[in-house]
Design a protein around this ligand. Structure first.
Ligand code: NAP
Length: 304
């Protein structure tokens, strides 16, 4: 056991996966949970999510050694303000937000003296959301990035690292700015491109009488899975990781124009060389154990 009491604020995919995984690893003596809507709290109680579901955030965090904010990035500041007066001295408050600079700016001003704020981001997810979508294996062999802020207590960071390792993750530390840039390349911009491609196909559907859906092949199908991700979460990601995503989108647009030109001018060599280079990146991801070589992009249905 690493913590006596852990409180999860927000009870969606990530929080429910943390609970099932913490239970699997016996990492916490007790886990409390809170979500803003009575419907989510009822569902959580019905499926046995958390040891206790509280009707207020204050009740959930009382006496907790670790509090994890599992709400959309845009809601982190308000939630931190709500729970701040109820945190016990010496407690660690962490989060799982997909953007780090904006979360730190929003949360840090509310952290009382004697409470340790250690932001984190597990690089694991699916396109599903809500309290019923979590599962214990979500973080297995996935990265979790810890983003300690200035003056973070080394012993508390080490404890949080051990907790995430107990959840199955490989843990690394990174600064917030670098985190946001890396994620803009590996996650945020690819999601935007998927949303765009599915939007284009949806427009075309109107002129091709559902053929896009009917004859949907692997490439498009894979985009639709990503583009089914939670609209609130992804709106907040782009509202808060503006600089890095705009930087990567700028580069993306330049490359796209270069490929467009190669197609127009019939430059097959350029296309072949480009696709050969990108194929090697896929090989690298498989070799690093972050995906498998199985068909259908190595995914068990519904997981990414
Ligand atoms: P989710 O399944 O949609 O659950 C979100 C939870 O936050 C729900 O319990 C919801 O409460 C609550 N919530 C929503 N808006 C709120 C608000 N304005 N104020 C207070 N609570 C609010 O989300 P998730 O996928 O677990 O994501 C949670 C966090 O993890 C996000 O910050 C996201 O960026 C990050 N993350 C997500 C993934 C992923 O792939 N999904 C991966 C890594 C990190 P109700 O149910 O009562 O509405």
């Amino acid at each position: 056991m690493i913590y006596n009491k852990v409180a999860l604020i927000g009870l969606g995919l990530i929080a429910s996966s943390i609970f099932w995984s913490a239970k699997r690893g016996a990492l916490a003596g007790q886990v409390t949970g809170y979500a803003r809507s009575a419907a989510t709290r009822d569902t959580a109680r019905r499926i046995g999510l958390c040891d206790t579901i509280c009707d207020t955030a204050a009740e959930a965090v009382a006496d907790a050694d670790l509090v994890i904010l599992c709400v959309p990035v845009g809601a982190m500041g308000a939630v931190a303000a709500e729970i701040a007066p109820h945190l016990k001295p010496g407690a660690v408050i962490s989060d799982v937000g997909s953007v780090k600079k904006a979360v730190i700016e929003a949360v840090q001003p509310h952290i009382p003296d004697g409470v340790h704020f250690i932001p984190a981001h597990p690089l694991a997810g699916t396109e599903h959301s809500g309290p019923k979508s979590g599962f214990a294996e979500l973080f297995d062999n996935r990265w979790c990035l810890l983003v300690p802020v200035e003056g973070s207590d080394a012993a508390k960071v080490a404890e949080l690292r051990a907790f995430w390792e107990g959840l199955g993750s490989n843990v690394e530390e990174m600064d917030a700015e670098h985190h946001d840039l890396v994620l803009a390349v590996t996650s945020h911009t690819p999601h935007l491109i998927a949303y765009t491609m599915v939007g284009v196909a949806d427009d075309l559907r109107r002129v091709t009488d559902s053929e896009v859906i009917k004859y949907s092949a692997a490439g498009f199908r894979d985009f639709t899975r990503i583009a089914a991700s939670d609209p609130t979460m992804w709106r907040d990601v782009f509202m808060t990781n503006k600089d890095a995503t705009l930087e990567i989108l700028g580069r993306f647009t330049e490359e796209l124009f270069a490929l467009q030109r190669a197609i127009r001018t019939g430059d097959g060599d350029l296309l072949f060389d480009y696709f050969t280079r990108t194929r090697a990146i896929r090989r690298g991801i498989i070799d690093a154990g972050q995906d498998t070589d199985a068909p259908d992009f190595g995914r068990v249905a519904g997981r990414k």
